[in-house]
Design a protein around this ligand. Structure first.
Ligand code: ADP
Ligand code: MG
Length: 345
């Protein structure tokens, strides 16, 4: 008998595992324009492109009902998917919502969840067109699929970054992670002493960034108005570092970004200080920001710099696989894909 080595999922890593499991598939349909490997798959309908993306959220892994209001959870479950559609520069059109529920949920609780789903549908002009409902033995399971459309020339992939393009990010990074850290800290203190009243005042910004992320459709509109078509684009769900590496890998290029140009809010810095943590660690590896990371031609520097909420943080290089973070002292370090929740996506 030959002994076959059993590999653990951990040694392969999340993205290695996805590559491994899906590499044996070949596309049979002419309409399959793009399969696994971007924020969404692309289906070619001739006159237009359709994008499809799905995300699963598990209780105890992605959310904790002790401090996550169900209405916020419903909203967030939808917008994290819409964020992937926007990252393709497509317009979301429809969603499906599937839930696995245990007996502990009341109808009222689920109504609250669906209020959040509804709010997201209204705000981003999408229709709930289906889903599935099942019993669950392991807590709440939520799977949302989002469908969107774009014209072929509008689509922005991870694979189309070009040497010398500028690297831009929207908003600020690391806030959602610090919001989560605060919620976890207060939960722990409450568990140790049930009389303890969680103290959340003063943390509004970072808590909101964690509990109620907003996809950056506003910036996409501003780019369109300014006549800028991004080169490559991805949404920042796993931390800046991991997303830069995705773009470099997919585009076969390198990048350098400058520490001092990475936008971090004062509230994020203050919270990081409470944990004796470098705020840059939250920005690079924290995740759940749902901001956009994109490239633009060097010639668009003035136009893109004028858009509110966009920071130019570096540039694409031709040094394949070399993703550098340049510090204030001019020293550069290679970025690592070290998301805090690497096994939890
Ligand atoms: P994002 O962070 O943008 O949601 P993911 O990191 O979840 O993207 O997924 C990366 C790519 O891998 C996507 O194209 C996604 O559709 C694909 N993918 C993830 N898990 C699986 C799976 N189990 N089977 C097939 N494709 C998968
Ligand atoms: Mg994404």
């Amino acid at each position: 008998m030959t002994s076959k080595k059993i590999r653990t999922i951990e040694e392969m890593g999340e993205f290695g595992l996805i590559d491994h499991l899906t590499s044996g598939f070949t596309n049979r349909q002419e309409s399959t324009q793009l399969g696994v490997g971007d924020d969404a798959a692309v289906i070619n309908h001739g006159a237009y492109m359709q994008v499809v993306t799905t995300d699963m959220l598990l209780e105890g892994v992605h959310f904790d009902l002790v401090y996550t209001p169900l209405k916020h959870l419903g909203y967030k479950a939808v917008v994290v998917n819409l964020s992937d559609v926007y990252a393709m520069n497509a317009a979301p059109r429809q969603i499906t919502v599937s839930i696995g529920i245990s007996g502990k949920f009341s109808v009222e609780a689920l109504e609250e969840f669906y209020e959040g789903v509804k709010l997201a549908c209204e705000r981003f002009n999408v229709d709930l067109v289906g889903g599935d409902t099942s019993g669950s033995m392991t807590g709440l399971v939520i799977t949302v699929t989002a469908i969107g459309t774009a014209l072929k020339e509008e689509l922005t992939l991870r694979s189309t970054a070009k040497n010398n393009q500028l690297i831009c990010v929207t908003g600020d990074l690391g806030a959602a992670y610090m919001g989560l850290k605060i919620l976890e800290r207060e939960k722990l203190l409450h568990a140790e002493d049930p009389g303890f009243q969680p103290e959340l005042t003063g943390y509004d910004y970072i808590l909101e960034r964690y509990l109620k992320p907003e996809p950056r459709v506003d910036v996409l509109l501003a780019l369109k108005e300014a006549g800028i078509t991004p080169g490559a684009m991805i949404d920042i769900s796993d931390g800046l570092s991991s997303e830069l590496l995705h773009i470099c890998k997919a585009s076969g290029c390198g990048c350098q970004v400058y520490d001092e140009r990475i936008p971090v809010a004062d509230e994020t810095k203050e919270a990081a200080a409470e944990f004796q943590m470098e705020p840059m660690m939250a920005a690079l590896h924290g995740g759940e920001d749902y901001e956009l990371l994109f490239t633009v031609p060097l010639s668009d520097f003035d136009k893109v710099s004028a858009i509110e909420g966009v920071s130019v943080i570096g540039n694409i290089t031709d040094k394949k696989g070399l993703a550098l973070l340049v510090g204030n002292d001019g020293n550069a370090i290679q970025l690592q894909a070290q998301g805090w929740n690497a096994t939890e996506d």
